[in-house]
Design a protein around this ligand. Structure first.
Ligand code: TRP
Length: 508
């Protein structure tokens, strides 16, 4: 026997938790580098189209499934669509596990940089064991600091600390989640607002804002921009991995999910653009060039800008510490939701205790996260990612980020729209909604969303062709990783979903 299903203590608690899930590394780390890569002003039109066409309606679908069934994703989909549905649900859960593993690893590095802000991150004389940067630097250099850090075993400690923090927050479910987000979410907004004010009051800071907002209609003719905007939107709104359904399943049946989806999307996208303003003003003032991988912006370029904010070392340290604390807080409120999705799925299916579910998830996942921090240098010339851990992370992220979420979203829309019925879903959502959804919602879920997602997936696959991602990196002895990782990811996901769907569901 198990305890009755838990509930959020208040609507505010749910909104804080769901927006805390949405606001995370995606809003700070990935958004800015995507927006920059796709040309600032060319990005926001596709971005807002992605928000209204795809993001918000899919959030209504995911929230709706949670409150209609009061189950986390696999069993929710089983109610709506039978075994096929459940299979998709476990597929999403497997992807959530992959993402959690590297998400926590990135958070571990952010924690390392946060400590570095108090240590030697902003001091000259750092070296790292890679060919181009072996000499001690004449000025503080965040890139060298970062590579030095990941070529040691220290990040393993940071990763374990982040994992323990996650498990601590999740230990009593909604009760402890709510307690954490009540403190963390307002705090991260406060930090972000301070950063924005500092950024735009710097001389020349507004140039960055202009770059972000001046429309560039030429750029939107490239398919890459659209693909970038759609994947970014899915990730940023925490869609496609069952987290929103798990959170929504703890709400009473009469929750207004239309309103909740609009509110959470609005909070998320406002935060994202605020982060963009803060980061782009810094980039433009100090003429920094964020070229390179997604991570380079937050780990190399921003600290370089912070270093130039003031000639007073303590101000620099304070801002550096504050920035990475912000990343860690925003990331923690997201990683707990990533872990809650599989935890609630196991609890719902097997009626096991929360502690047991968390242990089953954490033991393999902590090991997985640690793999992403393996310090072995496999690319000393830094033509790719340098260490084994970073290379594993980069290639895994490429596949899971670009395909898992969108593929799950595609099938979710098909199940919600065609198997369960878009009309039934709309009626259920409208029953408790102040603003009613029109017939357009059904067209979006049945036709537009599946078609758009399918196109994005097909275009991305074509763009991969013919070279497998990562195979151009110069990593003697490790070239096989480029093909091993996607194959492992696909087989693991398929088998995991098969095995868990076949297992008997324990009824109460
Ligand atoms: N949305 C979070 C971010 O922007 C990450 C995240 C949490 C997520 N849960 C998710 C992404 C579920 C995809 C799916 O950082």
């Amino acid at each position: 026997m198990s305890a009755p299903r838990q509930n959020w203590q208040s609507k505010l608690g749910f909104i804080l938790a769901a927006s805390g899930s949405a606001i995370g590394l995606g809003n700070i780390v990935f958004f800015s580098s995507n927006a920059y890569q796709y040309g600032g002003g060319a990005f926001y039109l596709p971005y807002f189209i992605a928000l209204f066409l795809l993001g918000m309606p899919m959030m209504m679908v995911e929230f709706g499934m949670g409150t209609i069934t009061h189950q986390s994703l696999p069993l929710a989909l089983r109610r709506l669509a039978g075994k096929r549905g459940e299979y998709l649900g476990w597929w999403a859960i497997a992807s959530a596990l992959f993402i959690t593993m590297y998400y926590v690893a990135i958070l571990g590095w952010a924690l390392g940089m946060m400590l570095g802000a108090l240590g030697s991150l902003f001091e000259p004389g750092i070296a790292a064991p890679f060919t181009p940067i072996q000499e001690p630097t004449a000025a503080p250099n965040a890139t060298v600091y970062f590579f030095n850090m990941i070529s040691t075993w220290n990040p393993l400690i940071y990763i374990v600390v982040i994992w323990l923090a996650n498990l601590f927050i999740l230990r009593q479910g909604t009760k402890t989640i709510e307690a954490a987000v009540r403190i963390f979410v307002p705090l991260m907004w406060a930090f972000m607002i301070i950063l924005v004010i500092r950024g735009i009051t710097l001389e020349g800071g507004m140039d960055g804002v202009l770059y972000l907002f001046t429309p560039d209609l030429g750029g939107i003719s490239q398919p890459g921009v659209w693909k970038g905007a759609f994947s970014q939107m899915f990730f940023s709104l925490s869609l496609g991995l069952g987290t929103m359904t798990a959170y929504a399943s703890y709400l009473p049946k009469d929750a207004d999910q239309v309103n909740n989806s609009m509110l959470v999307s609005f909070l998320n996208c406002s935060f994202e653009y605020l982060a963009g303003v803060a980061i782009f003003s810094l980039l433009f003032v100090f003429a920094l060039n964020p070229a390179g991988t997604t991570l380079s912006l937050s780990f190399f370029v921003i600290p370089q800008g912070i270093n130039e904010l003031s000639s007073l070392p303590w101000v620099v340290r304070l801002f550096g510490f504050g920035f990475y604390l912000l990343v860690v807080l925003a990331g923690l409120t997201s990683s707990i939701s990533l872990i809650e999705a599989p935890a609630s799925a196991l609890i719902d299916k097997f009626r096991i205790s929360r502690g047991r579910a968390l242990a089953i998830i954490a033991i393999p996942s902590v090991i997985g996260s640690c793999l992403f921090a393996l310090p072995r240098i496999i690319d000393p010339g830094l033509s790719g990612d340098g260490t084994l851990g970073l290379t594993l992370l980069d290639i895994t992220d490429h596949w899971v980020f670009n395909y898992s979420l969108l593929a799950v979203g595609l099938f979710e829309a098909i199940i919600a729209g065609w198997v369960f019925g878009a009309d039934k879903l709309r009626a259920a959502l409208n029953q408790h909604a102040k603003v009613k959804l029109g017939k357009w919602f059904e067209y979006l879920v049945k036709y537009v969303i599946p078609l758009v997602l399918l196109l994005v997936i097909v275009f991305s696959l074509i763009a991969e062709w013919p070279e497998l991602y990562g195979s151009s990196y110069d990593m003697p002895g490790y070239g096989w990783l480029a093909s091993f990782i996607p194959v492992f990811w696909i087989f693991f996901t398929l088998i995991f979903a098969y095995v868990l769907t076949r297992r008997q569901t324990r009824e109460i």
